[in-house]
Design a protein around this ligand. Structure first.
Ligand code: ZN
Length: 229
């Protein structure tokens, strides 16, 4: 049995990973982490998407301990969510150790259920500058888990080098663009679908969608012209 675990937040990226994984694996287990998000509905959104995509193994892991330790804007209500891009510095939405913890817990779960593949939607290209979303980190963590449990584990990051526009293209390739557009939650202010339209997450998501739709339009135009000639 070809099993995979998808680290699943109910956002655009992890939902795209999930949809892709459904084409390649016989059995999928989604893992959603409850770390005291500002918006609890993230968990509900994740649950709902799993139901709609017929993923029957969905584990919610309580990691609220992170909330006690962390001073990030994503877990504390008194720190504002950043509204602009940060080119150099780590943004205030960074939760230190989050992906180290998530990949470790998901890795333990993988060991327990005998899954050899762990999929996460982390990405280097979205300029969020989180150190634990980088390729080097994921490679190192894979090695840590494989060595520490003496268990061969492959951590796949299908979105690592994709732009947001390319992530939308991937969703479209699987005929799920509308689903992802309407059902996922990426917004830092907790608004599903197109979101609040003013936070950095909404901005990235919207610009990516516009860029993808424009390129698609262009391609269509070109192919029509070509056919006509
Ligand atoms: Zn937003």
């Amino acid at each position: 049995m070809n099993k995979a675990i998808v680290i699943f937040s109910g956002g655009q990226d992890s939902t795209t990973c999930l949809i892709q994984a459904q084409q390649h694996f016989d059995e999928i287990h989604c893992v959603t982490f409850d770390y005291g998000q500002r918006h609890k509905q993230e968990i509900e959104v994740a649950r709902n998407i799993c139901k709609k995509l017929e993923v029957y193994q969905h584990k919610i892991m309580d990691v609220t301990l992170l909330n006690e330790l962390s001073i990030s804007a994503l877990t504390r209500d008194d720190i504002p969510v950043p509204s602009q891009h940060y080119d150099q510095d780590i943004p205030s939405s960074f939760v230190p150790g989050r992906n180290i913890l998530f990949l470790t817990l998901a890795g333990i779960y993988a060991y327990q259920i005998g899954a050899k593949t762990l999929i996460t939607g982390v990405c280097e290209t979205d300029f969020s500058n989180y150190p634990d979303c980088r390729h080097d980190f994921v490679q190192a963590q894979q090695k840590v888990l494989s060595l520490g449990m003496d268990y061969e584990l492959d951590i796949q990051t299908p979105l690592m080098w994709l732009t947001k526009a390319e992530t939308w293209a991937l969703a479209d390739q699987y005929k799920q663009l509308e689903f992802i557009k309407n059902e996922t939650l990426t917004c830092y202010n907790g608004i599903i679908g197109t979101g609040c339209q003013s936070c950095i997450a909404c901005d990235l998501r919207q610009k990516g969608l516009e860029a993808y739709l424009a390129s698609k339009e262009n391609e269509l135009h070109h192919s029509t012209t070509h056919n006509f000639l």
